[in-house]
Design a protein around this ligand. Structure first.
Ligand code: SF4
Ligand code: SF4
Length: 131
């Protein structure tokens, strides 16, 4: 039996073993925003051994009053610049932003489970918890 993750207030559970076969769909696909706070910016810059300003110039862009991680185009798709296809993982994993850490348990998806299932193959209904 897999170890499923669950969070109070969510009608679904998450099977993390699905990530092995998934090719990082949550880090790739449609263009989106990967927001980073000031503390997260400092933590990622430190991990990459970069000056904060240099890191921001190279890897972030401003969206209204926030900062988001840049993406690169890959065919018809986009991917976070820190997605590493070779390892199917995140190259800043230890300092990845909260937005990434909390996926797939976002308030946005509480009422949009079908949309989430299309993106993430690890989503199961609560009644499937015995999987
Ligand atoms: S989309 Fe879901 S299964 Fe795929 S890598 Fe992201 S969390 Fe894992
Ligand atoms: S920071 Fe890491 S976990 Fe977050 S979208 Fe980029 S590659 Fe994925």
């Amino acid at each position: 039996m897999s170890t499923l993750m669950k969070e109070d207030g969510f009608d679904y559970v998450f099977n993390p073993s699905a990530c092995e076969e998934c090719a990082g769909r949550c880090c790739t696909g449609e263009s989106g925003y990967i927001y980073v706070s000031k503390a997260e910016i400092e933590a990622i810059a430190k991990l990459l051994e970069l000056d904060v300003k240099e890191f921001m110039r190279e890897y972030l862009f401003k969206k209204m009053y926030k900062y988001s991680i840049k993406e690169r185009k890959n065919g018809d798709s986009y991917e976070c610049v820190f997605y590493d296809a070779a390892t199917n993982g995140c190259s800043i994993y230890d300092a990845r932003p909260l937005q990434c850490k909390t996926f797939p348990f976002w308030d946005y998806y509480k009422t949009r489970v079908d949309e989430l299932k299309l993106e993430c193959p690890g989503i199961l209904d609560k009644e499937d918890e015995s999987v």
